[in-house]
Ligand binder design. Structure first.
Ligand SMILES: *[C@@H]1O[C@H](CO)[C@@H](O)[C@H](O)[C@H]1NC(C)=O
Ligand SMILES: *[C@@H]1O[C@H](CO)[C@@H](O)[C@H](O)[C@H]1NC(C)=O
Length: 260
């Protein structure tokens, strides 16, 4: 696996050079949370290097498509289960929709977010601001100093684009359906079967959370080789015991019937 990663890195570096913005990274950067000595270049290495792509299954109220989980965020954890938060209030932007709609790539990201990155209270913009300010500003490779010819807010565009791209590789609804686990207002499922279905696809244990008995969140854990923007995400075991569900769980339909 490590040698496959290494052989891919020159391609990633080339792609980096073709883009204005974040600098390209050397190929010998260690995988995050796997360094044995200090890594000075935090534009190419994320010290809070366990990244969690977190997803919701919201049934009360319903958010998002009935056949898809939705995005919660992309969170940097320290490699020990703790996490940094609100790392740069000067970049806690309050205009995420405007930032994204002002660039071509960002507009595509924004259009996708409007369907798949939903706030249960109906205020998507505030939710995106919260996710960026609390978590995004703590990702070292998004620091303005990591960009050549930095244009204000471009790192936020990169954060949302990367989160959306990663989410698209983690189709929880489909993975569960493929294992015969579909929403039902009457059935329950063994938590171990839900875990096994997702773990088999992701390649590492996932974190599952419930509201009461009802399955409500899944967190996919990764380490990263290189930057958030252009590096390689590698499935990782959770860096701590998180989430809480009973051994038999409900997976309620998004039918709008009041859920739990
Ligand atoms: C890994 O690198 C980070 C960032 O430079 C550093 O803080 C940490 O101590 C390093 N870990 C080890 C085991 O050297
Ligand atoms: C968003 O706000 C930041 C300052 O917080 C500003 O620099 C930037 O120009 C704004 N972007 C847009 C597209 O309005």
């Amino acid at each position: 696996m490590a040698s496959v990663l290494r052989s891919l890195m020159p391609l990633v570096a080339l792609a980096g050079m073709a883009l204005a913005g974040p600098k390209s990274c050397p190929s010998n950067i260690p995988l995050s949370c796997h360094n044995t000595t200090e890594v000075a270049d935090t534009c190419c290495f994320i010290p809070a290097g366990q990244l969690l792509q977190t997803q919701f299954w919201d049934t009360n109220p319903v958010t998002g498509p009935t056949d898809s989980w939705t995005i919660h965020g992309l969170w940097p954890d320290n490699c020990d289960g703790t996490y940094p938060a609100q790392c740069d209030t000067s970049r806690a932007y309050t205009n995420i929709s405007d930032i994204l709609s002002s660039t071509t790539g960002g507009s595509d990201t924004l259009a996708y977010m409007k369907t798949y990155w939903k706030d249960y209270k109906g205020d998507d913009e505030s939710f995106w601001q919260h996710e960026w300010g609390k978590h995004g500003t703590c990702i070292s490779t998004l620091d303005p100093s990591c960009y050549s010819g930095y244009k204000p807010t471009e790192e936020a565009t990169a954060f949302f684009a990367r989160t959306v791209a990663l989410f698209k590789t983690l189709p929880t609804y489909q993975w569960l359906a493929d294992a015969g686990i579909t929403p039902s207002s009457s059935r329950t499922y063994a938590l171990a079967d839900v875990q096994a279905a997702l773990q088999n696809q992701h390649g590492a244990k996932v974190t599952l959370s419930c509201r009461g008995k009802a399955l409500n969140e899944v967190w996919y854990h990764f380490n990263v080789q290189g930057s958030l923007q252009q590096g390689k995400f590698v499935a990782a075991q959770p860096d701590g015991a998180k989430g809480k569900c009973p051994s038999k769980v409900q997976y309620r339909p998004k039918s709008g019937d009041g859920g739990s």
